[in-house]
Design a protein around this ligand. Structure first.
Ligand SMILES: Cc1cc2nc3c(=O)[nH]c(=O)nc-3n(C[C@H](O)[C@H](O)[C@H](O)COP(=O)(O)OP(=O)(O)OC[C@H]3O[C@@H](n4cnc5c(N)ncnc54)[C@H](O)[C@@H]3O)c2cc1C
Length: 355
């Protein structure tokens, strides 16, 4: 008999897990209180990368996830992905050089570029950098469209989407046996919490603590505009890209800027900086800004594992969920259906917080 799995959450993580489980033959019900696309996911910058600042073991998971995006795009044609490349100079030159040296040794295809080459990569920069690094294999996913495509395909293959709030996990003899939604129990052999910042409240109903923070990140969106950017640009305190529908989106960091006390003002200032950085950007108009809350485990790394001591429960909560989604979907499915835990997930068990 096929395993019955409830996935809580319809963001990029829940969508990927539900898609992979369904394709592998599980009977899947997705329960979400938001529409398809999630909560953090629509507010994301959505850079797919294995860039600086991480230990090698996490770099390996991220590069694997980049490969898995390509596999997923083959399996599900039309996924809104673009391998547009990333140009970065948001670090002092010595740190940029150290990053390039280290990651090149790890096998990341980093090109060191000077002003002329930078201007060829992004011809509309008012001030191309003297020294930057360029990674042609980095890309973006349009996150809501990607999550919707995964969910729609999962539904075509038999998954069910239920709109509603999970009030609590159903428990029998210390095992999770389903979820309770508006007083009704949806029974499951296994429940996956892929509920982003909503995850700790759900886990707490089974006595499980998820150490999660939710730092805010502000991103500005222009109205759709003529093509100005070829790829991702990570300038000093100004990270930008142009979306599939032509909007320039920007944060003071890819993870979104600090909204400050006056988010409207912060947005206007950030947008002015983006506009000033782009030749031909005079006609750009600010359409709206978003403040998203990043589901970030307290040590900064993903939680992707069973909950120890609680049968029937799996947790998948993380920042960098856009980068990681296809690998997390694949590995979670293998662990739930076949009992095989991918070695790349070794550091990301919930039990690491027990000490
Ligand atoms: C400003 C910003 C910039 C970012 N930039 C990047 C980036 O460049 N690259 C990158 O890889 N990542 C980035 N991230 C992180 C990435 O967007 C997130 O890691 C990812 O979107 C998380 O997806 P998710 O599916 O786990 O969560 P969400 O999209 O938040 O989805 C959670 C789902 O759970 C549901 N839910 C919650 N509680 C309940 C409940 N009780 N009952 C029913 N349903 C429930 C919600 O309705 C929703 O459907 C960024 C995030 C932000 C905010």
């Amino acid at each position: 008999m096929a395993k019955q799995v409830v996935v809580i959450g319809a963001g990029i993580i829940g969508a990927s897990i539900a898609w992979h489980l369904t394709k592998a033959g599980a009977r899947v019900t997705i329960v979400s209180e938001s529409g398809a696309g999630g909560v953090a996911t629509p507010n994301s910058f959505a850079w797919i990368n294995a860039s600086w600042g991480n230990p090698e073991i996490y770099f390996r998971l991220r590069t694997r996830a980049m490969v898995e995006w390509k596999r997923l795009a083959n399996d599900l044609p039309g996924l809104p992905l673009s391998w547009c490349g990333g140009l970065c100079w948001d670090l002092p030159a010595d740190r940029l050089e150290a990053y390039a040296t280290e990651h090149s040794l790890w096998g990341y295809s980093i090109e060191r570029v000077g002003r002329e080459r930078a201007a060829r990569i992004e011809p509309n920069l008012v001030e191309p950098p003297e020294f930057a690094v360029y990674v042609a294999e980095e890309g973006v996913a349009e996150p809501v469209a990607a999550a919707k495509a995964l969910l729609a395909d999962a539904e075509r293959h038999g998954a069910t989407v239920v709109a509603g709030t999970v009030d609590r996990l159903a428990l029998v003899n210390g095992k999770v046996t389903g979820v309770v939604v508006s007083g009704e129990t949806i029974v499951a052999d296994e429940v996956v919490i892929a509920a982003g910042t909503g995850a700790p409240a759900i886990a707490a109903t089974a006595g499980i603590k998820l150490p999660l923070e939710a730092p805010p990140g502000l991103i500005v969106h222009s109205r759709p505009y003529k093509k100005l950017l070829s790829g991702l640009v990570h300038a000093e305190k100004l990270h930008m890209r142009q979306t599939a529908e032509g909007r320039i989106i920007a944060g003071s960091d890819f993870a979104g800027g600090d909204p400050g006390e006056n988010p409207d003002l912060t947005a206007r200032e950030l947008f002015a900086a983006a506009k000033a950085a782009l030749r031909g950007g005079d006609g750009l108009e600010l359409d709206f800004h978003t403040v998203g809350y990043r589901p970030t485990p307290t040590d900064g790394f993903p939680i992707v594992s069973r909950a120890e001591g609680m049968d029937g429960l799996y947790v998948a909560v993380m920042h960098s969920g856009i980068t990681l989604a296809p690998a997390v979907g694949l590995f979670t499915t293998r662990e739930i259906l076949d009992g095989e835990r991918d070695p790349l997930l070794a550091p990301y068990g919930l039990e690491r917080f027990a000490q």
